[in-house]
Design a protein. Structure first.
Length: 117
């Protein structure tokens, strides 16, 4: 994702969650079609395995990621705003959105620690 100084962390967080959800949906579709070829991962959850191979560990369980995918497909428009609005309509969506933001904020703080006084 290219950095744009006109956006704040919350906008980047929402965009990243939208992109993460698209990625997990695409991976799920890939696993459904080519699952037998993913035996080398040695895991029941091949999507998580693929993400871990990429070096990233998402904060969601498989069930939570599936719920995000459902919210993505039910969003009225294929936009970040529409997806986030769809998430915010349900308690589980609000919880997952908050969970994502907490991880993004923690990662941002870890990457750019505040100077000690």
């Amino acid at each position: 994702m290219k950095y744009d100084t006109t956006r704040n962390r919350e906008e980047y967080s929402d965009l990243a969650l939208w992109e993460f959800t698209q990625l997990t949906l695409a991976l799920s579709r890939y696993v459904e079609e080519y699952g037998e070829k993913l035996v080398f991962l040695g895991r029941d959850d091949s999507v998580t395995g693929l993400l871990r191979i990429a070096g990233w560990f998402p904060p969601f369980t498989k069930r939570e990621a599936n719920w995000l995918g459902l919210a993505f497909t039910r969003a009225p428009e294929p936009t970040v705003g529409s997806f986030i609005e769809t998430l915010e309509r349900a308690e589980i969506g609000r919880q997952l959105h908050a969970k994502w933001r907490e991880q993004v904020e923690a990662a941002a703080e870890q990457a750019n620690p505040a100077p000690s006084s």
